[in-house]
Design a protein around this ligand. Sequence first.
Ligand code: NAD
Ligand code: UDP
Length: 332
Amino acid sequence: MNVLLTGGLGYIGSHTAAALVAAGHTPILLDNLANADLGVHDRLAVVGGVELPFVCADVRDTDTVARTLIEHRVEAVVHFAGLKAVAESVHMPLAYFDANVGGTLSLLRAMDSAGVRQLVFSSSAAVYGTPRYLPVDEAHPTEAITPYSRTKLHIEEILADLAAAGEWRMVVLRYFNPVGAHPSGLLGERPQGTPNNLMPFVAQVAAGEHPCVEIFGDDYDTPDGTGIRDYIHVMDLAEGHLAALQRLFAAAPALETFNLGTGRGYSVREMIAAFAAASGQDIPSRVAPRRGRDVASCYADPSRAAAVLGWRAKRGLAEMCESAWRFQTRKP
Ligand code: NAD
Ligand code: UDP
């Protein structure tokens, strides 16, 4: 299958590209390098043994995207491209609506004009807002707590309207907390500046780049008082996209939504302990105030993806930490 990956040089896009190549497909990468560098393209060639087609463009450039779809005989698109820093979205809502909602509209127009109407969309567990029950299944009510999650919800609504109009086949994937790296240590998550997310920050503390991890609140209603999340290995997530792409070509409803998570939550303290064990490093931590808009616990009910897509997360917490540490120390 020829698959266009928008945001294909990013964290999840690059791992999905590696998984697609390993399964014999041809990913075509499109990225504006807003949060990626060209070195990822070189390293993907080492990992997969083949240089992948790459188009340096913005998804809002409708004509270039349409041309790319036709030139590369694209059969389906996975849409990763967008902005994802939740706290930043509160200060820059316009940039988020423009890149995420505007970017998706542009992509959909390009796909429509090229006659490619098969799409997998990167959504987020953030659309559930504050969980009303756990584990969170796909029927859980949605709620936009931040502009970032509102962009994801708006896009999901646009896709639902498109599905009702006919011709399109779409799968929405709501990711929980992707962490870890490719087993080669050549691909991973490299945030610009100080990481906002827990795992990349913990990795940098383990490497001595920061003195300690700040635990944002230890007075939550959880067993050890720290926040609980459903961390999922990025390679498991990547393989979930393969299953979703196959689903696009099955006799299935026009639009389906799946959680991609493990179904198991870990606390901040458990994450720090697991990373210390995997890296063999001391990871100092101290308790800091809660971070605004954080929820106490959030983890998935991933049973729909298991039943319908035949996909399950296979890799455990130790493998998530070991692979992230390999990437951190290898510093490709
Ligand atoms: P990332 O920032 O590593 O990757 C996104 C890529 O898109 C980057 O390479 C960036 O350069 C590119 N990009 C951004 N705007 C673009 C534009 N207008 N045109 C073309 N390229 C553009 O992020 P990621 O972690 O790989 O996330 C991928 C998707 O998954 C995003 O849509 C994100 O919202 C979603 N998601 C991520 C997480 C997470 O924790 N990483 C969780 C849930 C959902
Ligand atoms: N967290 C923390 N210190 C950090 C970063 C995150 O204690 O430096 C906590 C955060 O409060 C949450 C968990 O770690 O309980 C996961 O945070 P992350 O930002 O990685 O994911 P999200 O909250 O967006 O699900």
